[in-house]
Design a protein around this ligand. Structure first.
Ligand code: FES
Length: 94
């Protein structure tokens, strides 16, 4: 099982956690931790869960909503995102 050290930044609060790369989405982990991340569809369509990757890499299962330009800038749909690199920093505040 591969895991990543992930820092989640929401409303100026930083939370460190470890996430299974093949497990729950980054959004689900944030919900489980009680961080109250924004979301709606959980299907990669609405962009409510959008956040920016500040460090490391994540993989999105599907992306029906973000433009190539947003993806280029590092934005991801956290409901579809799983960490890929050993260390990831992701912020909902950007
Ligand atoms: S919650 Fe709708 S795209 Fe993630």
């Amino acid at each position: 099982m591969s895991e990543s050290k992930v820092k989640l930044i929401i409303d100026g609060t930083e939370t460190e956690t470890v996430i299974d790369q093949k497990g729950k989405s980054i959004l689900e982990v944030g919900i489980d931790l009680g961080l109250d991340p924004p979301y709606s569809c959980q299907g990669g369509i609405c962009t409510s869960c959008r956040a920016k990757v500040l460090e490391g890499q994540v993989h999105m299962d599907v992306n029906h909503a973000l433009s190539p330009r947003e993806v280029e800038k590092g934005y991801v749909l956290t409901c579809q995102s799983h960490p890929v690199s050993e260390r990831v920093v992701i912020s909902w505040d950007e």
